[in-house]
Design a protein around this ligand. Structure first.
Ligand SMILES: [Fe+2]
Length: 352
């Protein structure tokens, strides 16, 4: 199954200009082969980050494509407003968070589309995933900003999708190349998310029409119980470099992730109505526990978790880098923004 995609707007900062104040750049890790992330800190007479980014042009885009993500540290970022000023350098409005899979609120009602990171119990981890990679439309870039650190934990772990792809067994990759991945979501209140929140409407016919437009099977089971299914590639070429990357929600949405969370053994049979989501091969055949575990191990091998410092910005190429969240204690405040819409080729932006 070959992906065909398009990108709306580059999301790139304005072209490079000369005489910009310097910054320091180096890979965060000095292990060979570990590029993610690039660390950028202010140079002497450290520039204002937004001002620096205004002139960063292709230099920043090239760094991001090579490293998969950038950590900005030590700049003067103290508030949601500072972060918003930085995001304005990208000549594009942050994208709204549509076709949702997790609860999310805007950080400040006066600033559009800068969200609080997912509200999910502090004690739990959020497994690695690429934002909205299950959807027909997704953001090319996802950006996290630390306004307030946690007392303990709360990192945003990341992993390079090119390396994850390389570490999954070739036989399993061949299966995903041939079949793609089928996503299934059971939309039931109090389980995952009610369909009204997923589709951001209270009109069932609008939700059904959204599914039809996006080649998603829509099954009405009973009032407030909808099952949706669709197929997508599991591996995508990067729109700029063409490098292949593991870009999907195969692990995150799979039933074994839920079993893991609940402490259930893999041979347990949990009825569908207790599963908010599931993933299968594109022909509807099950992904075995061994196959699921192959993917888990590949992520684990490549995971990087950097403790936040106040003002840190983690800027990820969403197609090249997966992210998650570690459990934490304290009053952590991380805000996030998504930019640069990418589409599967059969997706009609005007119909969204
Ligand atoms: Fe996420």
């Amino acid at each position: 199954m070959k992906p065909e995609t398009s990108v709306a707007g580059s999301g790139a900062p304005t072209p490079a200009c000369k005489d910009r104040p310097p910054v320091n750049k180096r890979p965060y890790h000095d292990q060979e082969g570990q590029l993610l992330p690039l660390l950028i800190t202010p140079g002497e007479n450290g520039p204002d980050l937004a001002e620096w980014m205004q002139g960063a042009g292709d230099e920043f885009r090239n760094d991001l494509t090579r490293f998969g993500g950038v950590l900005f540290r030590g700049f003067n970022i103290r508030s949601v407003e500072d972060f918003n000023r930085f995001m304005k350098c990208f000549n594009t409005e942050p994208l709204p968070y549509m076709f949702r899979s997790s609860p999310r609120e805007e950080a400040d009602k006066s600033i559009k589309n800068i969200y609080l990171s997912t509200s999910y119990p502090n004690k739990r981890s959020i497994k690695l995933h690429n934002e909205s990679s299950y959807s027909r439309v997704w953001a090319g870039k996802i950006v996290f900003c630390c306004i307030r650190t946690a007392e303990e934990g709360g990192e945003t772990p990341i992993a390079d999708g090119r390396k994850v792809l390389n570490d999954i067994s070739p036989a399993l990759i061949a299966k995903f190349r041939a079949k793609g991945v089928m996503y299934r979501r059971n939309l039931i209140p109090d389980l995952g998310m009610p369909w009204q929140e997923v589709f951001q409407t209270n009109d069932l016919s609008e939700a059904e029409a959204f599914c039809k437009r996006n080649n998603i099977t829509f099954k009405f089971i009973e009032k407030d119980y909808i099952v949706i299914e669709w197929v997508k590639p599991a591996i995508y070429p990067h729109p700029v470099s063409g490098e292949e990357t593991w870009f999907n929600h195969v692990m995150f949405f799979n039933k074994f992730s839920r079993y893991d969370e609940l402490g259930l053994p893999p041979d347990y049979v949990l009825p569908d109505k207790f599963l908010a989501s599931h993933t299968l091969f594109g022909d509807g055949s099950e992904i075995s526990f061994e196959e699921y575990n192959d993917i888990v191990k590949a992520y684990r091998k490549n995971i990087i978790a950097i403790p936040y410092q106040q003002g840190d910005i983690i800027f990820l190429d969403n197609m090249l880098s997966a992210h998650g969240r570690n459990p934490f204690k304290g009053d952590r405040l991380i805000v996030t923004a998504l930019i640069e819409a990418n589409y599967d080729v059969d997706y009609k932006p005007e119909a969204f």
